[in-house]
Design a protein around this ligand. Sequence first.
Ligand SMILES: [Zn+2]
Length: 217
Amino acid sequence: MNTIIFGAPGSGKGTYASRLKTRLGVEVISMGDIFREFIKNESELGLKVKQYVEKGLLIPNEIVIEVLREKISKLTSGKGVILDGYPRTIPQAKVLQEIVKIDVILLQNVPDWIIIERLSSRRICEKCNEVYNIRFLKPSIENICDKCGGALYQRPDDTADVIKKRIQLYQKMTSPIIKYYEEKKTPFIISQIEDPNIGPEQVVENVIKELKIRNLI
Ligand SMILES: [Zn+2]
């Protein structure tokens, strides 16, 4: 089962993707991570990517596709993939169809006020960048990273005004893509409207229930 996860910054989509990975045995492909990985490996493709990143240029579609194709061909679990951060445009969505059959679109619809509240309670480890939330994903010891013992800090742009702008940008970018998928019969779209009183565990359970109903897992 191949999935694309969409969600505004602060919708928690990264958290859901990694929880679904654990539950379903699928792999998560986050575009940002892949580019970093390719650059680090200094493969031929990685060097191409690096040129664009260093100049602050947008990586051209054909290179993104090449990277994605290579990554998908190396997946070993056979259980499918969750794409996070891709596609970002309709042309990308169209090319994606040629690489992989998408079965599910997961939309994390979170009311703006929850995102604002969540991002302003977000804390990040200064050493390993692990993300915590002092409401939903607390570290075991206050302000200390569970993984590496580093100190947690708050990003300076996690303020209401900046967050609102990021949400607007996200909506402008993704709404045409979501419309594009809505007009097709597959993939199946699961739209989660988040209830502020439920934690990520319950959200993941709800998604799994939907997938079972549709015989996708
Ligand atoms: Zn850490």
